[in-house]
Every structure is written in C-alpha cells, then in structure tokens.
Design a protein around this ligand. Sequence first.
Ligand code: HEC
Length: 153
Amino acid sequence: MKKRLLIVVMSLVLCIGFALSAIAQVKPATLVKQRQAAMTLLGKYFGPLGAMAQDKAPFDAEIVKRNALLLEALAKMPWDGFQEATANEKSEALPSVFKDPAKFKKASEDTQAAIANLVTVSKTGDTPALKTAIGGVGKTCGGCHDNFREKKQ
Ligand code: HEC
C-alpha cells in the first residue's frame, strides 16, 4: 500500500516537473509575438475610446463600458513577455525595459490602475468623468511608450 502511494507521489512530481519545463521552454521570439499581440489588442480596444474622449467620434457610454472591461483583462497580459531572454530579439522594446525593470513595472502598474479607474467610472455613465478617465489611461500608455518603446518615424 505504501509502495503504491509512493509511486503516485513520484509520478505527480514528474508531471509537475514536465509542466514547469514546458513553461520555461517558451521561445524568446514567441514571447515577443505574444506581448506584441496583447499590445495590439490594447490598441484596438483603447483606440475608439481615445477618439471619443477627443470628440473625434460620437460618445457611446456602452462601448466605453464594454471596452474598459476588455482592457482590464488585456492589461494584465503583456508583462510576463518582457523577459531578459528576449533582449536580443527584434522588437520595438528599448534596452531600458531590461535596464530599469522597476520603472517599467511601475509604468505597467500605472496603466492597470488607470484602467481599473476607467472600469469604475464606466459604471456611472457620466460623460465628462469618462472622458477624463480615458485621458488618464492614454497618458499611462504614452508615458511608458516614451521611455520604453522605439520612436516611430
Ligand atoms: C509599461 C510600458 C507600457 C505600457 C503601460 C503600455 N505599453 Fe504599449 N508597448 C510597450 C512596449 C515596450 C512596446 C513594444 C513591444 C515590442 O515590440 O515587443 C509596446 C507596443 C505597443 C503597440 C504596438 C504593438 C505591435 O504590434 O508591435 C501598441 C499598439 C501598444 N503598445 C498600445 C498600448 C496601449 C493602447 C497602451 C495603454 C492602454 C499601452 N500600449 C501601454 C510598452 C507599454
């Protein structure tokens, strides 16, 4: 009986070992692709809100509410893709991402906090407050891009 338990424990340990090595083996190029995909989707769902806040598109509180929730989930995704192992991959990430990880982390947290605020405000449907909250999110995206992303020509 004891032997059987030991076998079960051993195979569990092996399974966990395999699962961990599978996670560790994500290729740097794949990490870059994944973080860029998350950023692309942040852009997709933030873009229309930015346009509304700047009166370049008709304001629609329902879209703001929906996109705010999508942004909340998306804004959790890019960060574990910015690993040291990706430093030599072709991407728009500046070396500063890896030289000043604390500042980069803070910038990622600022965006998430601004989006959480947008989610809260989106439940009120108060247009001026929503525009301010959208502007607040936009500032955190731009602030990080200024410091950590290659400038577009
Ligand atoms: C903490 C820093 C940081 C924050 C905050 C941030 N970004 Fe980025 N973003 C980056 C970096 C770095 C890249 C370049 C990534 C790469 O090329 O691997 C990037 C790339 C992008 C791209 C281009 C993706 C592609 O196809 O290569 C878009 C679009 C984008 N970000 C949108 C946003 C939006 C919208 C927000 C705010 C909701 C945001 N980002 C917040 C750092 C940030």
